[in-house]
Design a protein around this ligand. Structure first.
Ligand SMILES: O=C(O)c1ccccc1NCC(=O)[C@H](O)[C@H](O)COP(=O)(O)O
Length: 606
């Protein structure tokens, strides 16, 4: 694991220089040794002495052209380093051997732009399994050097590598105090490296240049901007989020983050919810997020229509304008009163739910008071029984309402779970019609909370030896077919819901166990627990009822997002399994998400 922000300077000449780099805030020092083109700056003996004197937070990196795994390991260990930058043409199977022999080694593989004609995608796919990061560097055809050239390369190529690589990418080659900000903003690397760019005319590292290089790099890293596309869906926001996380600069540590919606001409409600979640969690950690609003007035009006300003206020206690970039504040008033004005002028049955695309986003603060939580539940599920929505659903849903299985029931079941288990401070419920999802037309209802992920809650209950399963509802048994996607592998397995949950070993199974009948008994940890008799539901059958309504009655799907796992549940047609659950493990690509996200999709006519 690399620390953040990654700022490397390579080629120290002596101990004094190394101390100066540390004082200036450099956290990685590169020692180019055993090279076949360059003369070394320092003897191996002297390098080893400097390495042993570095403070713990500064890491030494051995930069080498060696390509024999045993020799590399021996050399690194004799120097006292566990970070290696493989700068030569070492084959991937050899990198694999190093990783297997020394899993604790942090391996960075160089990709020298212009040196060889390689297929970048294949190269990245081939090496990424065994390396912790890539570093892009410049080839100088005149001197034949592939490092310390002082020359930049085509950043478009490095940017493409950042986009395709699942591991962090560091940018090197001609980087200095003057271009480092532009380089970070353009390429979006997870770290930067400089050698000759911070040297004076005598080839010694210059304190002022190093200081400016480090400070400018840090400034850029603190102010990352993520830009949404013109048609912004939840998966776009997810990808922006993934990309931002892929680097070592995580959203939760970035001091300032700007989300640029300026080009957006269409935005899904679920994308807004995802954004809401990101902004709220950052706000809770005291980190600042700014929004550049859509240029198109129609889209800014949609934000009002979906009550996004109000939702942000509900979740953070800060007015929407707090999150707007200075020049955008004029679009929304100093308080949220202009959104009330908008509603008054718009009402007219909210333009028949905006020309038949039914949009809503409601955010509720939830508390530890039973009455308050019941009123939240009541408010949202009653809203779904209202005339206008019923009429809309009656016309549009493929499976027409039957008295028991109206979407209000789905809303009720989803909200009940969100209120009971995760100890959340807010719950958001949003809905919209999406006619672009997998070619069909769907009503999408999205629930989001900021509490403890359901699988974590279950894990905690198991560890605490709590009674987690209700015996009556656990009598309902069925079989699930699991499809597990992890990296490039897909595996299938069957699981019956009558297994003993305490014996479930993997995280996937624990995740799935949350959907088993009867699970819920006492998962509430120390937070407020709503007695089942007051909720009026069978214990532990909330999620089962939700799956039953959405997948079987309406022929739709339910997706769950917990931690770094994502599961999509559909009715299974084929063997004796009742549901097909596809699990995608984002693994190390994303940190665990705090909270739960449940998305229900119900097919619509036409
Ligand atoms: O730094 C070296 O002397 C070196 C020599 C041969 C291969 C690689 C080398 N260094 C790799 C680096 O990480 C350099 O810092 C990188 O090439 C950037 O150098 P510069 O363009 O001078 O900033």
């Amino acid at each position: 694991m690399l620390s953040e922000p990654f700022i490397q300077v390579a080629g120290v000449i002596d101990r004094k220089e190394a101390e100066m780099l540390v004082e200036c805030g450099v956290n990685y020092i590169g020692f180019p040794l055993r090279l076949n083109v360059h003369k070394e700056d320092i003897s191996e003996d002297c390098a080893s002495k400097i390495i042993s004197s570095l403070p713990r937070h500064v890491k030494a990196i051995l930069i080498t052209y060696l390509d024999d795994p045993a020799e590399i390991i021996k050399f690194a260990e004799s120097l006292g380093v566990d970070h290696i930058q493989l700068h030569g043409n070492i084959e991937s199977f050899k990198v694999k051997i190093i990783k297997e022999l020394r899993p604790n080694f942090v391996i960075i593989k160089s990709i020298v732009i212009g040196e060889q004609d390689i297929d970048l995608k294949n190269y990245v796919n081939d090496y990424c399994k065994y390396v912790d990061a890539f570093i892009t560097d410049t080839y100088d055809p005149k001197s034949g050097a592939s490092g310390a050239t002082g020359k930049t390369h085509d950043w478009e190529i490095s940017k493409a590598i950042v986009n395709i690589s699942p591991v962090p990418v560091i940018l090197a080659g001609g980087i200095n105090d003057k271009n480092v900000q532009e380089a970070i903003n353009y390429v979006g690397p997870s770290g930067v490296d400089s050698h000759t760019g911070v040297e004076n005319s005598e080839g010694r590292k210059d304190r002022d240049l190093v200081k400016m290089f480090v400070n400018n790099a840090i400034k850029s890293y603190e102010r990352r901007c993520i830009k949404a596309s013109n048609s912004t869906t939840i998966s776009d926001i997810e990808h922006l989020y993934l990309d931002a996380y892929k680097g070592i600069n995580r959203l939760e540590t970035l001091k300032y983050l700007t989300v640029d919606l300026s080009e957006t001409i269409y935005i899904e409600v679920t994308a807004l919810i995802r954004l809401l979640w990101i902004i709220c969690s950052r706000n809770n950690m005291g980190l600042d997020t700014k929004l550049i609003l859509p240029k198109l007035k129609k889209v800014r009006d949609f934000l009002r229509l979906w009550k996004f300003p109000q939702a942000l206020y509900d979740c953070t206690g800060r007015h929407f304008t707090y999150f707007c970039c200075e020049e955008d504040k004029k679009y929304f008033g100093e308080n949220n009163s202009d959104s009330d004005y908008y509603y008054k002028s718009l009402s007219k049955e909210i333009n028949h739910l905006i020309n038949n695309r039914f949009f809503s986003i409601n955010t509720y603060n939830v508390s530890d008071s039973h009455n308050a939580n019941m009123s939240v539940l009541h408010k949202e599920s009653e809203r779904w029984k209202g005339d206008l929505i019923s009429r809309f659903l009656g016309e549009k849903l493929k499976e027409k309402n039957s008295s028991d299985y109206v979407p209000a029931r789905i809303v009720y079941e989803a909200m009940t779970n969100a209120l009971r288990h995760p100890c959340a401070s807010y719950i958001a419920a949003a809905s919209h019609c999406d006619d672009r999802y997998k070619g069909g037309s769907f009503l999408t209802i999205n629930f989001l909370d900021d509490g403890l992920a359901m699988n974590e809650t279950l894990k905690a209950a198991i560890v605490a030896n709590k009674e987690i399963r209700d015996s009556i509802s656990a009598d309902t048994h069925f079989r699930i077919k699991l499809k597990i996607k992890s990296n490039d592998d897909i595996t299938y397995r069957y699981i019956d819901t009558d297994v003993d949950i305490n014996t479930l070993d993997t995280e996937y199974l624990l995740f799935i166990a949350c959907l088993f009948p009867g699970v819920s008994r006492d998962l509430s940890r120390s937070c407020y627990y709503m007695p089942d008799e007051q909720m009026g539901t069978t214990p532990g059958m909330g999620l089962v009822a939700l799956l039953n309504c959405a997948c079987e009655v309406f022929g739709g799907s339910v997706s769950f997002r917990m931690g770094h796992l994502f599961a999509n549940v559909t009715k299974h047609n084929g063997d004796d399994a009742r549901y097909l659950i596809s699990i995608t493990d984002y693994g190390k690509l994303v940190p665990k998400l705090n909270g739960n996200m449940v998305t229900v999709r119900l097919p619509l006519e036409g």
